[in-house]
Design a protein. Structure first.
Length: 433
């Protein structure tokens, strides 16, 4: 079937890129105010013990000793020496964390963290994860994806389907999958067996459209296409590749069902305040994982860690959770830390206007229970902010912060000033919903 001509859409957040993506990786270090920064992609957030220990060793021997979790379940190492690149690459390669140096920045895949562990999903997406990662690393075309392009594999529980991924696979009750693109309202139904290959074909089609349109866009939302035009192109590419597919409406996704800290069945879950994991915390996490038959950790896109512990009785699970809590990790499902995030701020970022992490910690008792997530940013770039509705606290040049409700379809017309983080509660109450 011939492809329909591309049509522009006034609603599209189009962008024309005249340069390559400078997103950092494990081999392309970023120069930050506190030293070099490496971003290690961890598809699906899944780490074996050898990989987890290698990351901890690299942080201790080459960086500031800490691991910093990202909103995609990846890991950043900070405070690195500019000359450590070869040593870091060797350590990550030996641990199996760099299966393809040419693809290391494009292995951005989030997956339902509890998939296959608690019986709540429609399928275990781990086979999809393994197959998609292998297909990505084998694709010459995929090397050109931006380091910002994101895949999401949702096992049907609707936890990662709302993270704004460029290509999303949602498991269906009949064993199939729905392939969605960006925030579009339609999807392509494919078989569960074809799902990983379909996701790769969708990404490769996006690259071709971005190239031929002259935009060289990095994300699906940056393509100025009418609704469904990219989906038509992907449908044609899937058919040409022998993948059966059919269009259907895509149900909207509500709030993400984030794994709550605590013991749930055969899993332990904890949250890392502001995504920061100290060396003692990481050692305790790997120690708990070492006592499990699976011997793995799963990093979540909400800056948490899930440890599968099948076979561990309730007493043993409670004891292990207590050990993790003693290191400062959040084990309480009602902790206000679950709603609070921040960029790195000062002194790590030269562009930051404030020590946002210290201010976030100081204002924690004032965070309104049950309200919107609160994200502290050192400048107007709002690096690392979560998708969806939230409250933005953005540092301003003359000191203090500007608070506003943010998210899809919102503007900050009801913004208020915050001159002292200790007065956060009153400022939150004054924000226009």
């Amino acid at each position: 079937m011939p492809s329909a001509p591309l049509r522009t859409s006034p609603q599209a957040a189009a962008a024309s890129r005249d340069r390559g993506d400078a997103c950092p990786g494990a081999l392309r270090l970023h120069s930050a105010h506190d030293g070099a920064l490496a971003r290690v992609r961890v598809p699906g957030g899944v780490l074996g013990l050898r990989q987890a220990r290698a990351l901890g060793d690299a942080a201790r021997e080459l960086g500031d000793g800490e691991l910093h979790l990202t909103s995609r379940g990846n890991v950043q190492l900070r405070g690195l020496a500019d000359t450590c690149g070869a040593d870091l690459a060797a350590a990550l390669t030996a641990a199996g964390l760099l299966p393809s140096p040419a693809h290391e920045r494009v292995r951005n895949v989030v997956a339902s963290p509890l998939s296959g562990l608690d019986g709540a999903g429609l399928r275990d997406v781990r086979p999809w994860l393994v197959a998609l990662d292998a297909a990505l690393c084998a694709s010459d075309a995929a090397r050109e994806l931006s380091g910002r392009f994101l895949f999401a594999l949702d096992d049907g529980r609707a936890d990662v389907a709302g993270l704004g991924a460029d290509v999303t696979l949602r498991a269906t009750a009949d064993g199939g999958a729905l392939l969605g693109l960006g925030a579009g309202g339609e999807a392509l139904r494919v078989s569960g067996e074809d799902a990983p290959r379909a996701a790769l074909i969708a990404a490769e089609t996006f690259l071709e459209v971005a190239r031929t349109s002259g935009t060289n866009a990095w994300r699906v939302r940056e393509l100025a296409l009418s609704e469904g035009a990219l989906l038509d192109r992907v449908r044609d590419a899937l058919s040409a590749g022998g993948v059966d597919c059919a269009r259907q409406p895509l149900d909207p996704v509500g709030a993400a069902r984030v794994p709550a800290p605590g013991v749930t069945g055969d899993t332990l879950a904890v949250h890392a305040p502001l995504g920061r994991l100290t060396a003692p915390q990481w050692r305790e996490l790997t120690s708990v994982a070492a006592g499990s038959p699976l011997g793995e950790l799963r990093l979540t896109p909400w800056r948490g860690v899930v440890v599968p512990v099948p076979g561990l009785d309730s007493a043993g699970a409670s004891q292990a959770l207590g050990r993790l809590g003693a290191t400062g990790l959040v084990t309480d499902a009602d902790s206000p830390w679950l709603r609070v995030g921040a960029c790195i701020g000062r002194p790590g970022c030269a562009k930051s206007l404030a020590d946002v992490r210290a201010d976030a910690a100081r204002a924690l008792p004032e965070a309104t229970p049950g309200g919107l997530p609160l994200y502290w940013s050192g400048c107007a770039r709002r690096c690392g902010h979560p998708p969806g509705d939230r409250i933005d606290a953005v540092a301003v040049a003359d000191g203090g912060y500007r608070l506003s409700a943010a998210g899809p379809g919102r503007d900050d017309g009801g913004a208020v000033a915050l001159d002292d983080p200790a007065r956060l509660e009153a400022a939150l109450a004054a924000i226009t919903p």
